[in-house]
Ligand binder design. Structure first.
Ligand code: PLP
Length: 393
């Protein structure tokens, strides 16, 4: 085992920033229930509302339009829950008239894909939009799929595996023109590229704290004033009755602090991370023959580099790198452990064999040029050895 640890898997999760950790530790002393009317409660409540303002500022939203959730998965599920309530009649059957059709892309995160598939089992019509070789959705397919029965369109802002960024503003304009609700899962976009819900025009936007150096188990859903919402968790009147349960103050504080830092740093993030990404990409292209860079050449997250190494097997590359102290992934953390090749790479037309030999490098604050150079020294001999051993050519 190498002493040196180089974590290059920030799209799976990011470590807490020191400032976030300090804010959270301080908040352990704030014991009040944010819904209580006494002083301790009001103090806790004030801090929750400050965090809501920080999240609103990061997203260009009014604080009143931010709902705290347990994370990206819950935020996404909440949107599909609202659609389920609209689409079902009093007997629990999909309405025969009105808007009941859902459109998502083939490359969504499992929590959107499986929410859509769940509605499909209940009788909703769901269209899975294809993407091109770079992972961009095919706008013509969206135009064809949209009709007067479309209820919701959900398109992720940036893909967690290949980093491709969609033109959410253009997509939203089409969707709103067709009279449907528009949701974007922006978990990977927020903090990495500028995000402004007013400019985008979306009705719903999902974000998660642990992908922006905040704690796990907390996130938010932006809900435009007037967009339908119904609770996944019934109970008390927290979050205007849309999300019951005593406030997770410490988590919310951590999210607020992470949002505040992300607002201040997003521009510098873009510059510094894309320079590191270019160093890694150019180094790999120079040192490893016959590789393929996946994702869009320019409309891509500054931190995400997905590379196929034909003739080598992804899990073997991952484990060999881990022994050398370098932590990467073969795709999304949620799909690892399954032997299925990445649904995202397959959707871009990569063959199952090549998809199996692919690695996602996702960079973040804390990675230095020396870490990139160490990776560039370590990886080429591993690929050479694995290719020499391989029976797949
Ligand atoms: C990580 C991730 C999620 C899930 O967020 P959690 O807070 O872990 O539930 C959803 N969508 C995308 C694109 C993600 O990368």
């Amino acid at each position: 085992m190498s002493e040196r640890r180089v974590y290059i898997d920030y799209n799976a999760t990011s470590p807490l920033k020191e400032e976030v950790k300090a804010a959270m530790i301080e908040d352990f002393a704030v014991y009040g229930n944010a819904s209580s009317l006494h002083t301790a409660g009001r103090l806790a409540h004030a801090r929750v509302e400050e965090a809501r303002q920080a999240v609103g500022k990061l997203l260009g939203a009014l604080p009143a339009d931010i709902v705290f959730t347990s994370g990206g998965s819950e935020s996404n599920n909440t949107v599909f829950q609202a659609m389920r309530q609209i689409g079902l009649d009093s007997e629990g059957k999909v309405r025969s008239a009105g808007r009941t059709e859902i459109i998502v892309t083939e490359i969504e995160h499992p929590c959107v894909l499986n929410s859509a598939k769940f509605l499909e089992t209940m009788g909703f019509k769901v269209t899975f939009l294809p993407v091109d070789e770079y992972g961009k959705i095919k706008i013509d397919a969206l135009r064809t799929a949209l009709n007067e029965r479309t209820l919701l369109v959900s398109v992720m802002m940036a893909n967690n595996e290949i980093g491709t960024i969609q033109d959410i503003r253009q997509i939203t304009a089409l969707v709103k023109n067709a009279g449907a609700w528009m949701h974007t899962d922006a978990v990977q976009g927020v903090g990495k590229i500028p995000v402004n819900v007013a400019e985008l025009g979306v009705d719903y936007l999902t974000m998660s704290a642990h992908k922006i150096y905040g704690p796990k188990g907390i996130g938010a859903l932006y809900v435009k004033n007037g967009a339908p919402l119904s609770p996944l968790i019934h109970g008390g009147h927290q979050e205007d009755g849309f999300r019951a349960g005593t406030y997770n103050n410490i988590g919310i504080l951590g999210l607020g602090k992470a949002a505040e830092l992300a607002s201040a740093e997003v521009e510098r993030y873009g510059k510094e991370l894309s320079a590191l990404r270019a160093r890694l990409r150019d180094g790999l292209l120079a040192k490893v023959p016959n590789i393929k860079i996946n994702g869009h050449p320019t409309d891509v997250l500054p931190n995400t580099l997905n590379v196929s190494f034909p003739g080598a097997e992804g899990e073997a590359i991952l484990l060999s790198l881990d022994i050398m102290g370098i932590e990467v992934s073969t795709g999304s953390a949620c799909a690892s452990g399954s032997l299925e090749p990445s649904h995202v790479l397959l959707a871009t037309g990569v063959s199952p064999e090549v998809a199996h030999g692919s690695i996602r490098f996702s960079l973040g604050w804390g990675i230095t040029p020396e870490d990139i150079d160490y990776t560039l020294e370590t990886l080429p001999p591993i690929i050479q050895r694995l290719r020499a051993m391989s029976t797949v050519k």
